[in-house]
Write a protein that binds this ligand. Structure first.
Ligand code: ASP
Length: 307
């Protein structure tokens, strides 16, 4: 079976001046995932290896360097899923951990649960040996101060309804990471990790940790979504793609149909990546940018800012 992997660094408008860092980071992460797959490793190991590197790279909005919520804290969401028996593990609102994706994997492998949140997720992480780690970077903190001042300077009335504010500041969106892969045994896996949307209310949970919304894997595809998570939650975008592929649609057609419905129904600022069981990686987005990288078969990793 041909192996393939695709990863994204978030749909939105990429922060000016860091294009090269984003593409380099994605290429390096996909190279790590690729080396797992070419030596016969699982899609699950490959997407985790990819996402760990992206979480550790402060350019992206996941793990170290994730965006801050309105209170100035990083609340991290992550999900990992594999096609075999629809195994899934996720965490939401997780603080002070370096690699949320690995905690999500532990939820999948070591518990009877699918999703742990907040304080309970943190206690579980510590019990599994994940040490204390402050993911807040000085860069994100400065960014948070600046955005929060603008938001509150506007009268503060936007704090409960942020969408218009973020629409007029598209440079504040993006940076979530995700990966989807198929391995030599034909198993598929997807992993997604994020700090969520910037200046979100404390306790807000997005699409990324929700199977079938921001992250999904089944026998037909593995997929990760990015962009304003509320739209992805309302459309169950990754599951909607899988249903189309299951009915015989190509992955490209399924992705385009789901994205066009997201445009028609909500004018949603979202992007999708996926790989199908045949090893074809696909990316599409409704935002100016969505840095992504991929490889398929014997090919070398490629990266670009827009699909
Ligand atoms: N989908 C993520 C969320 O809403 C954010 C993003 O992808 O930029 O939490």
């Amino acid at each position: 079976m041909p192996v393939a992997l695709i990863a994204h660094g978030g749909a939105g408008r990429w922060r000016p001046g860091s294009d090269a860092d984003a593409l380099e980071g994605l290429r390096a992460a996909v190279t790590a995932g690729r080396s797992v797959l070419v030596r016969g490793g699982s899609a699950l190991d490959a997407v985790c290896a990819t996402v760990v590197l992206l979480e550790d790279n402060p350019v992206f909005n996941a793990g170290t360097g994730a965006v801050l919520n309105l209170d100035g804290a990083c609340e991290l969401d992550a999900c990992v899923m594999e096609s075999a028996q629809a195994r899934v593990g996720a965490v939401s609102g997780l603080q002070r951990v370096r690699n949320p994706i690995l905690v999500a994997r532990k939820v999948m492998e070591e518990t009877d649960h699918a999703l742990l949140t907040g304080e309970g997720a943190l206690r579980f992480a510590r019990a599994m040996g994940f040490g204390d780690h402050d993911p807040v970077t000085p860069d994100r903190q400065a960014d948070w101060r600046d955005k929060r001042a603008k938001l509150l300077g506007d009268g503060g009335g936007h704090t409960l309804r942020m969408r218009e504010f973020l629409r007029s500041h598209p440079e504040y969106a993006g940076g979530t990471v995700g990966a989807a892969a198929v391995d030599a045994n034909g198993l598929l896996a997807a992993a997604t990790s994020t700090g969520g949307v910037t200046l979100k209310l404390a306790g807000r949970v997005g699409d990324s940790p929700i199977p079938g919304a921001g992250n999904y894997a089944c026998a037909h595809l593995a997929a990760s979504a990015t962009g304003t998570g509320e739209f992805v939650l309302r459309s169950l975008a990754t599951r909607a793609m899988a249903e189309r592929v299951e009915r015989g649609m190509t992955l490209v057609a399924a992705m385009e149909e789901v994205l066009s419905a997201l445009g028609r129904d909500y004018d949603a600022d979202v992007g999708l990546i996926a790989v199908d069981a045949l090893g074809a990686p696909v990316a599409r987005h409704r935002t100016p940018d969505m840095p992504h990288a991929w490889f398929a078969g014997a090919g070398e990793p490629l990266a670009r800012m827009r699909a």
